[in-house]
Design a protein around this ligand. Structure first.
Ligand SMILES: *Cc1c(COP(=O)(O)O)cnc(C)c1O
Length: 364
């Protein structure tokens, strides 16, 4: 049996008829950009998260960089960001010419909230939290710090659709929650898509202006904006999937529960969940000190895995100009050298789960 790290086709098959019906409906409607599918999705996603507004955008990266643009964070400003994240989080900051200030992760792979305070300077304007792999970060502590130091709070929720901290959904704790609906995300589109959520009327209004060439009124342009509109097809298909989110999340939780219970090989470091947080298992990430050997062993048994992520942003070529070196963020670097994401996707069969579990348990 061949098992891939992810199977997007299975996610399509689950609700194939509904997706096909919606796709034809959109094609026949004659409206393809900023029509009723987008406005309905925005209402439904805002209500799902518990936020007042949602603004649909073209990608998760756009959500991030436009969030900082709308907040007025730019050159000369510092933004605190986890060192252990996908590089898009950092690009959202640097596209605006602001400077990322990295903080090491905790045992749950999220920003270590006890190490943020020491990084705050007079130039700090915002904290960007990332709910990595689908586990909510400790938001109460971050909210306190933002209040105390008058900082903007932005959340990167690209991996955490539906995850809660203290009963509140990720994305709604600060000024802006940024979402990606890239096909592999928990709420995935069939192409690129993203959104922000916010409780602030002005941020929502400004975001609508920025996403459409900086224009509130057709052909009157206030700022140099972006073309970052969620399209009708993606919005329509996202509405279909959103209706099934609780069952999709529950299915991921079931797979994770089996992995946690049945992977008994003591050489694997399994994920744990922090008090107050829920985990929606965008990725099920283990650590192993002989990771490359483990990858080869699993590949030999037909099991595909992925490393999220092999090179931390501070050591990426793209950020050589920041002047960081290997050893600057040892916990992040150790994670990058040892993490491994197991196959995890909606529509994964029990038999496939068993094959993965048995292979991990037989690794010597
Ligand atoms: C996927 C992802 C993004 C970027 O989303 P795109 O839609 O691919 O632009 C940003 N941050 C994190 C943590 C992600 O996983």
């Amino acid at each position: 049996m061949k098992i891939m790290p992810n199977r997007l086709d299975r996610g399509f098959e689950k609700y194939k008829e509904e997706f096909e019906k919606k796709a034809l409906e959109v094609l026949n409607s004659g409206y393809y950009i900023l029509g009723k599918e987008v406005s309905s999705f925005e209402e439904e996603f805002a209500s799902y998260t518990g936020a007042k507004h949602c603004v649909g955008l073209a990608s998760g990266l756009d959500a991030l960089w436009l969030a900082f643009r709308v907040l007025g964070v730019g050159a000369g400003d510092e933004v605190i960001v986890p060192a252990n994240t996908y590089i898009a989080s950092v690009m959202g900051i640097t596209i605006n010419d602001a400077t990322p200030v990295f903080v090491e992760p905790d045992a749950f792979y999220n920003i270590d909230v006890d190490k943020i305070r020491e990084k705050i300077t007079p130039k700090t304007k915002a904290i960007l939290v990332v709910h990595l792999y689908g586990q909510a970060c400790n938001m109460r502590k971050v909210q306190e710090l933002c209040k105390e130091h008058d900082l903007f709070l932005v959340e990167d929720c690209a991996q955490s659709h539906g995850a809660y901290y203290d009963g509140q959904m990720t994305g709604t704790f600060g000024d802006v929650g940024c979402f990606s609906f890239y096909p592999s995300k928990n709420l995935g589109a069939f192409g690129d898509a993203g959104a922000i959520v916010t409780n602030d009327d002005k941020i929502a209004d400004d975001m609508r202006m920025y996403r459409n060439y900086g224009s509130r009124k057709r052909y009157y342009n206030e700022v140099v904006g972006a073309n970052s509109r969620l399209d009708e097809m993606q919005a329509g298909l996202l509405r279909v999937r959103l209706q099934h989110m609780s069952e999709l999340t529950a299915e991921r939780e079931q797979i994770a529960a089996r992995y946690l219970k049945e992977i008994t090989n003591p050489s694997m470091i399994l994920p744990t969940i922090a008090e107050g947080a829920t985990h929606v298992w965008h990725q099920f990430v283990i650590r192993h000190d002989r990771r490359e050997e483990l990858i080869a062993y699993l590949a030999d048994k037909g099991i595909g895995t992925i490393v999220h992520y092999p090179i931390p942003p501070h050591l990426s070529e793209a950020y050589a100009y920041l002047g960081h070196e290997a050893g600057d963020f040892p916990i992040t670097e150790q994670y990058a050298d040892s993490v491994l994401s197991l196959p995890m996707y909606n529509g994964m069969t029990e038999e496939e789960q068993t094959v993965v579990i048995e292979a991990l348990n037989s690794f010597m």
